[in-house]
Each structure stands twice: as structure tokens, then as C-alpha cells.
Design a protein around this ligand. Sequence first.
Ligand code: SF4
Length: 297
Amino acid sequence: MECEICGERAISSSLERCERHFIDYVHETVRQTISRWNLLQDGARVIVAVSGGKDSLTTLDILDRLGYSVTALFVDEGISGYSEHLFEDLTRFCKDRGISYKKIGFKQEFGFTQDEAVATGVYHPCTICGTLRRYLLNKHAAGYDALVTGHNLDDESQTIMINIFRANTRLFTRPGLASEPSRWFVRKIKPLYFLTEKQVLIYTLLTGIRTQSLKCPYMKAAYRASMREELNQYEASHPGTKRNIVETHSKIKSMFLSSSQKTDADIGECERCGQASNERLCKACQMQQTIRRAIGR
Ligand code: SF4
């Protein structure tokens, strides 16, 4: 198989690009995604939520190459045998590229680690991690033009299908390429939205982005793992499935939003932390209280 641009040997039969033109394709896809959907202005100051995995390091790498002012934000959940290795990958990457980074942690912010919270058994591990992580990212991204995440086409199609399978109409409007900023929430954008997990993986191999292939120890409990497997099987037998899912979602999301979107005036303030809340305490503060009580602190 030959590269469709220069005729050199293609990197695989399913990707008709040589190494150089594959890397160009990835950069161009991200550049076009940003420009077509007006995700960022030239020279924007962004903070990238970095797990230390391949998707987030690729996001940092590409935005840096495209000339944006990037800072990496690492949330240390305190997952033993996992978080510390991801942070090592991140610091090595940032030092090599001269990119600034910040680390925040569950222990420092909430007084307990993810491992300690999971041991109480009061919430599903991913509910704790997802709620508290989102809370910290929004809080620490204040003042930046956007909070950037490394979600790719696989992540997004999985999330959409999980919300449908769980009949979760409230969360159905959450995935998407970008969210609008408000008094309470920083703008969130996903520049890798139209790249598949496989394309991101190949990009990291070709550009020398080194990550350890670590899996979160709580992953096996995740509903997402089985959805990933199902969608990969569908994609293999029906190419384009994942893209169709995100495009269909984007079309019907606007109908949901017009009837359900809240304005700043509809949202109150958590009386404990001052972040957005529809109740006296926000979800993250309610969760912290329950976990601290269960731990006995
Ligand atoms: Fe957090 Fe691990 Fe669950 Fe992912 S799988 S949300 S890292 S606990």
C-alpha cells in the first residue's frame, strides 16, 4: 500500500499515508477542528487536563506545536501504583518540551485519596473519581481561555452510547466538541474529537511520545470497558459507526439543550465552597462529606 500523497510506503493498509503525511494529517485534523468550530482564538491561553496518558500528552504536543500558550494540569487522584507513574510520564514530557505544568491532588484538596474513598464502599469508584476530578479541573482552570481535554472519537462515542443504554437524558447533553463558558463553568474543548484512539496511538509512536500502558485498577469495574469492546467490534464490521454516533448526537443535542439548558441565573452557589450548585451544597461537597464520615474524619 502506498501513501496517497507522495507514493512512499504507507504505514498500514487501513491508513494510506506514509509516516510524514500521517503526522501532517493529525495536525491538520486538529487545526481544522479548532478553526471550523471556532474553539480557540490565535494565541489563546489554555490549560490542558493531563492524565499522563497518550491522549492528553498528544493534545499538549499538538496545541504546543500549533502555537498556543499551554499549561498542563495534572490531578493526582491518589490511586496507588498508577497516579505516580502517570505523573512521571507527564513531568518527563513537559521538561523535554519546556511546557509548564501544575499538580493538584485529592489528598491536598479533600483530605483523602481515591483509594481511601473507594475503600469506604459508599460510591462506585468512577463516580467518585469523575465527580471530584471535574470539580477540581473547573476550579483550577478559572482565568484561562479554555480547559482542554484529550477526549477522542472513541471516548465520545462510548459516552454517548453509555448514556443512551442507561437512559440518562440529563447527561446526554454533556458530551460534545465544546461547551459554552458561563459565570460558573470554564469553556471546555476537545480538539482530538475527530481522531480515533488508534490514530492517536500511532501518532504517539511516530512522534516519540512515551507513555506506560497502564490501566487504572478500577477500570475493570467500569461499564465503559464493555462498551469499548462492543463499539470496536461494530466499527470493525461497519466502519464509520463511531463517527456516525457523534454526528447524530451533535444534531439531536441542540433539541435537548433548547428545552433543558440552564442560564447563570438558574444556578446557585454552594454555601461551602462557592462553586456552582442547585442545592445548598454542590455534589462534590456532598460527596466529600459522605466519604469523610465513612472514613471517620
Ligand atoms: Fe477514575 Fe479509574 Fe474510573 Fe477512570 S477507571 S474514572 S481513572 S477510577
